[in-house]
Design a protein around this ligand. Structure first.
Ligand code: PMP
Ligand code: GLN
Length: 386
């Protein structure tokens, strides 16, 4: 249809379609094995679907309370207390959201105003910067430098100014699989001491941490917890990315601001799914075993990739594996990802798209949240590259 003539707002002039949609579409068009966008290709447990079905039939099909059904908020508060220590108030400090993407957007919209600066670490998950710019904020980029993707706290210290309103951290980190350590959190706390900077902590992969390391939630750090909203997502934890249900926990003063936006953004989230999750969460082994489950997949995938010319980077958490491809091609990573999808039949994500200046370390991201048969089918194709 022909549209009126309009000029895109400056913040959107450069914004294209998210790489996850681009690569997944290309995978379908080319009949490629899709290891690009991060989602499992296996089912969640029947117990979760049974619970959902029961709540649907029981007539729990009307609006849930704005913050989420009390049963789920209670289950979340209990889980967080058991794992990380703090006991968030079920009525005032826990909110259920329509996925982590909405939680992140809503938190940014609640705190950031035109001219405010938001510090992000790049490679940066692709939804943060467009959200910051939509509300008139300015993203300021700290780097997690290839190949170990560690934060440089001296650089961060220089980037924090009187205009900094928020810092966004993500650990376990997508796309690099790196983790923040206890020392990192102390450094961050020290740099923010005496300011009113809010921290937004994207912890959607909190249960996917490998090799016996533990997840360092910012809410377990008493000093940081006072200024932090923590976001997690049931999509990652229970293999249901399509349900789009996540949550936020944080001190009541911050949560009150969050809810001012949340109530007019989505108001509330799918009721029967929330009730099903509240029930399913009661068995803690369901999230606690996730690390072992994905570590097996990581180790299997890394072992079979040894038959290909990719060079693997460390993967300490998440369900993503980074790999260098300089023994295969000189192409820039985006062109290489397209070539691999079209010509070899395996779709991956180029990591440079997560850098604002396009910095290209010739690294691509594979998602290994797949059945062994899928991973084997992908590697059978990649092995032709030797
Ligand atoms: N943050 C990160 C780091 C992610 O990887 C993702 C999705 N994979 C999200 C947020 C969004 O999660 P959701 O699907 O619950 O919106
Ligand atoms: N977070 C997922 C990834 O990193 C994709 C989510 C999305 O498609 N928006 O692949």
């Amino acid at each position: 249809m022909e549209s009126i003539k309009f000029t895109p707002r400056p913040c959107f002039a450069q914004t294209g379609t998210t790489i996850f949609t681009v690569m997944s579409q290309m995978a379908v068009e080319c009949g490629a094995v899709n290891l690009s966008q991060g989602f499992p290709d296996f089912q969640a447990e029947p117990a979760l679907f049974d619970a959902l079905h029961r709540h649907l039939l029981a007539g729990r099909n009307q609006y849930a309370p704005m913050a989420g059904v009390p049963e789920l908020r209670q289950a979340i508060a209990d889980k967080v207390a058991a794992l990380y220590g703090p006991r968030f108030d079920v009525d005032r400090e826990v909110t259920v959201t329509a996925g982590a993407t909405q939680a992140l957007f809503t938190a940014i919209a609640a705190f950031v105003r035109p001219g405010d600066e938001v510090l992000v670490f790049e490679p940066v998950y692709d939804s943060y910067v467009p959200a910051i710019e939509t509300v008139g904020g300015k993203a300021v980029f700290a780097s997690l430098r290839y190949p170990d993707y560690r934060p440089d706290w001296a650089q961060v210290a220089q980037l924090i100014t009187a205009k900094t309103r928020m810092v966004i951290v993500n650990s376990p980190h997508n796309p690099t699989g790196s983790l923040l350590t206890a020392v990192d959190l102390d450094k961050l706390a020290e740099l923010l001491r005496g300011t009113d900077i809010v921290v937004l902590s994207d912890e959607v992969y909190e249960h996917i941490v490998f090799d016996g390391e533990s997840h360092r939630s910012l809410c377990a750090h008493p000093e940081l917890a006072r200024r932090t909203l923590v976001v997690s997502s049931f999509g990652k934890t229970y293999h249901i990315t399509g349900w789009k249900i996540a949550y936020v926990v944080g001190p009541d003063a911050l949560m009150a601001e969050f809810r001012k936006v949340h109530q007019f953004n989505v108001f509330t989230v799918h009721t029967p799914s929330q009730l099903a999750l509240a029930e399913y969460m009661q068995d803690a082994s369901r999230h606690l075993r996730l690390a072992t489950f994905y570590q097996q997949k990581r180790d299997f995938f890394r072992a079979i990739l040894a038959a290909t010319p990719f060079d693997l980077l460390p993967c300490r958490g998440t369900y993503f594996q980074l790999a260098r491809y300089d023994r295969i091609s000189d192409l820039p990573d985006r062109a290489f990802a397209e070539w691999l999808t079209r010509n070899v039949g395996v779709a991956v994500i180029p990591v440079s798209v997560f850098n604002h200046d396009g910095r290209d370390d010739k690294v691509v991201r594979f998602c290994f949240a797949k059945q062994e048969a899928t991973l084997l089918a992908a590697v059978a194709r990649l092995a032709q590259l030797t």
